[in-house]
Write a protein that binds this ligand. Structure first.
Ligand code: CUA
Length: 299
């Protein structure tokens, strides 16, 4: 009888230590009373509406799409003290979504939405990184999250909403395109097509500028020949994550950088934001853009 009492006492001690540990480490072990209701966000929601929404005075919801090789949106900005609920999905393979120093680190699978949240109490810029090897461009799969003062945050909203802010095409390229097409515009032979020396395929032929706008807005998938090599990958659609102005400016950048300016026909006029706006309707599939591109006359 005494042994039984001792055994029960020992059991009580062990249980109280382990339950105490659970209570002292909320988050490690899910307990009742979590402050966020179970997520009903679907992959389709996230894929269709990537972006950042303010849902309360100090609360934001970020829908983030991870794909080879970048995050959409690539850049996030919130006022200091904000809690951000991230809903992250993948458009292709398994990725990671980590904010070093920001207490965010999840694996991101296609077909699932990862939900993770953190409160950002320190001013500064965090990196968002993919920490799962996902292919040749993995190391370049980066974005950032700026934690701003309320004033700077308000100013950042104004600059992105003004009708024609001065957008730097080179900066748009560096943060969205260079991980595949490379800063040199040379791409990676057989994997990512070069932009250097190849955009005459669009700028020199009738109808080419519309197809080029569609490639940026709607993406492109299917086999193409560029500068004598075959590419069978996919260009993501940027229409949802970049503004008309950003797309027009990045086209302006790539059609003039790396010696491309000299390859444009005489009198070639830059593609305008208005042309991008009209290229958005109707929405095309990446395969439809491929078919449209195949019909362009050869230069
Ligand atoms: Cu995505 Cu590594």
């Amino acid at each position: 009888m005494r042994w039984l009492a001792l055994a029960l006492a020992a059991l009580a001690v062990i249980l109280s230590v382990s339950i105490g540990f659970m209570l002292a480490n909320p988050g490690r072990i899910p307990l009742v009373g979590m402050d966020e209701p179970e997520s009903t966000m679907t992959t389709a929601d996230v894929l269709a509406h990537p972006g950042l929404t303010r849902v309360g005075p100090h609360a934001f919801r970020a829908l983030v799409v991870a794909r080879q090789y970048g995050f959409t949106p690539a850049t996030l900005g919130v006022p200091v003290g904000s809690r951000v609920d991230f809903y992250v999905t993948s458009a292709d393979v398994t990725h990671g979504f980590e904010i070093p120093g920001g207490n965010v680190n999840v694996e991101v699978f296609p077909g699932y939405v990862a939900h993770v949240y953190a409160t950002f109490r320190k001013l500064g810029t965090y990196r968002t990184v993919c920490d799962q090897y996902c292919g040749i461009g993995h190391q370049a799969m980066l974005g950032n999250l700026a934690v701003l003062t309320e004033t700077a945050y308000a100013a950042s909203l104004r600059t992105t909403q003004v009708a024609s802010p001065l957008v730097d095409g080179a900066a748009v390229f560096a943060s969205n395109c260079a991980s595949c097409h490379q800063a040199s515009g040379q791409g990676v032979v057989g994997v990512f097509p070069p932009l250097a020396g190849s955009l005459g395929d669009y700028t020199k032929v009738a109808g080419g500028r519309v197809v080029l706008a569609h490639v940026l807005v709607d993406g492109l998938s299917g086999s193409i020949r560029v500068n004598g090599a075959t590419y069978d990958g996919a260009m993501p659609a940027w229409g949802a994550s970049l503004s008309d102005r950003q797309i027009a400016d990045v086209i302006q950048y790539v059609t003039t950088a790396w010696g491309n300016r000299a390859k444009n026909p005489p009198g070639f006029a830059a593609i305008t934001s208005a042309e991008i706006a009209s290229a958005r309707r109707p929405a095309l599939t990446a395969a439809a853009v491929h078919a449209e591109r195949a019909k362009l006359p050869q230069q």
